[in-house]
Design a protein around this ligand. Structure first.
Ligand code: NAD
Ligand code: 6OD
Length: 489
């Protein structure tokens, strides 16, 4: 063990350790060195967390006034801002992501998530309907929204705090108690958040963190627990399917935000520089490890070479290196295991006839970082929609560039996938932009932008990309159970 730092579970308002004494190492992907050890929750500790959550609900949290919950969320946002650099450091250590990104995206968005859902819950109304009855009488229907209950929150490693708070903020806003299972790769910020929520006065048991892996570990212990009332999960489609099976016997509601194989469609009327800058972000942000990243770029034939050469130039300008350097743009992949998966796709693409325009291998990032899971930003031509590297999610800094001739062809190519998460349309013809964006079979379809987020809008995916939506009212719906009261007047 290279580090004395221990990351602990948080149950019933206190940091606790499991009886089993089992633990695992937390690796800094930039160096490959362990930076902390994590206590792995056993089944008994997960059970204690679920029971503590139930007690918090029954003890009054479920019935607490909305304005108090909204105020608590705002205090949490303020407190994260006060301890901003601690969160940044923790996120960088767990993920190897550039410090600039951790500041500007990950932690900033955690603050925004708490503030947004405080506002959303405070402004929420309830639907009501008058029903005409025979004889001129009427009935008044209105809905009372109660918390869903004990919510299992399972999140991945790519944007750990952003994705966690995107679920925890609305869940708490609606009066639920949560048991959080962060990714085994990135346990730190969920644990720091426990300190914050305790400091701002959240009742013991309303926020619990259990650490561990998926199968036969904390993830499965949690989803199979009879005491949970619902699961909100972000991760791969394969794991989503397993979680669905785990909750199926007790028919619990699920909200799933899963994988993507997202397309960009670039029309020949576009502003080239703007499109190249946007595509560079959408392909390479977070080293391609954002579910919304573009892995398929369809380019109208007349500008194919211009876009391809522009993208190669910008890919080659990305600065890989020390995450602590504010000039670094691109970090490593999350782990060596994930890099093996991405490199396997590199090999598969080349076997299928891909021409590698740039990248395709492992970069030399210098002696200090050589143990990290670094990979080169990569672009291919020569592949088609039938190739596995164009059909399956890779989750790395890589895209296939594919030409098209007509608008109809571009739409068909973009929609030719089992996923349905995100798309981006690049054009200077706004009528075309609206038309094509609306025909993309995805949860979010951008025009001339990427990863621009409105937290009041529904967010999620279709097909292999997920079940349900969160964001704004959609979150309020998932995290509550309505009781319709019908009164004959
Ligand atoms: P993953 O599915 O391997 O793991 C996600 C979480 O589930 C982790 O906490 C993991 O420990 C847990 N888990 C694994 N097996 C489990 C089981 N059997 N029962 C319960 N929990 C289990 O995903 P990952 O590798 O951490 O993340 C990358 C994937 O997440 C990609 O596919 C990416 O597209 C997807 N993702 C989707 C979104 C979205 O909003 N749609 C956002 C981020 C990431
Ligand atoms: O922005 C969000 O709310 C969100 N859920 C983003 C998901 C990114 C996937 O990696």
């Amino acid at each position: 063990m290279n580090s004395d730092k221990w990351i602990r579970n948080f149950v019933d308002g206190a940091f606790v350790d499991p009886e089993s004494g089992s633990s695992f190492e937390c690796i800094d992907p930039a160096t490959g060195r362990a930076h902390a050890s994590v206590h792995e929750a056993d089944e008994a500790l997960v059970d204690r967390a679920v029971q503590a959550a139930r007690r918090a609900l029954d003890g009054g949290w479920a019935d607490s006034p909305v304005r108090e919950r909204a105020a608590l969320l705002r205090r949490a946002a303020d407190r994260i801002e006060e301890r901003f650099e601690e969160f940044v450091a923790a996120e960088v250590a767990d993920t190897g992501k550039p410090i600039t990104q951790a500041r500007e995206l990950d932690v900033a968005r955690a603050v925004a998530n708490f503030r947004a859902f405080a506002d959303i819950v405070a402004a929420a109304g309830q639907e009501s309907f008058m029903t005409d009855l025979p004889g001129g009488r009427q009935a008044l229907n209105y809905a009372i929204r109660k918390p869903l209950g004990v919510v299992a929150v399972i999140v991945p490693w790519n944007l750990p705090l952003l994705l966690l708070t995107w679920k925890v903020a609305p869940a708490l806003a609606c009066g639920n108690a949560v048991v959080v299972k962060p990714s085994e790769e990135t346990p730190s910020t969920a644990t720091l958040l426990a300190e914050i929520l305790d400091e701002v006065g959240l009742p013991a048991g309303a926020y619990n963190v259990v650490h561990g892996f998926g199968g036969n570990s904390a993830g499965e212990f949690l989803t199979a627990h009879p005491g949970i009332d619902g699961v909100t999960f972000t991760g791969s489609s394969a794991t989503g399917s397993r979680v669905m099976q785990a909750v199926a016997p007790r028919v619990r509601p699920v909200s799933f935000e899963l994988g993507g194989k997202n397309a960009a469609v670039v029309f020949d009327d576009v502003d080239l520089d703007e499109a190249i800058a946007g595509l560079t972000r959408s392909v390479f942000a977070n080293t391609g490890q954002v579910c919304l990243c573009t892995e398929r770029v369809y380019i109208q034939r007349a500008i194919f070479d211009d876009i391809a050469s522009g993208l190669v130039a910008s890919a080659e300008q990305l600065k890989l290196g020390n995450p602590q350097d504010p000039a670094t743009t691109t970090g490593p992949l999350i782990s060596h295991a994930h890099r093996r998966k991405v490199l396997d796709y590199f090999a598969l693409a080349e076997e299928a006839g891909a021409k590698v325009l740039t990248g395709g291998g492992v970069p030399d990032v210098g002696a200090d970082l050589r143990g990290g899971s670094w990979i080169e930003p990569t672009l291919w031509t020569g592949l088609t929609n039938t190739d596995r590297a164009v059909r399956e999610e890779i989750f790395g800094p890589v895209a296939a560039l594919i030409p098209f001739d007509t608008e109809e062809e571009a739409i068909a190519l973009a929609n030719d996938t089992e996923y349905g998460l995100a798309a981006a349309v690049w054009t200077n013809d706004l009528r075309r932009g609206h038309r094509v964006a609306g025909r993309m079979n995805v949860g979010i379809s951008w025009v001339n932008t990427w990863f621009t987020r409105e937290l009041r809008s529904p967010f999620g995916g279709a097909g292999l990309s997920g079940v349900g939506r969160e964001g704004g009212e959609a979150s309020l719906h998932f995290y509550t159970e309505p009781t319709n009261v019908c009164v004959q007047l």
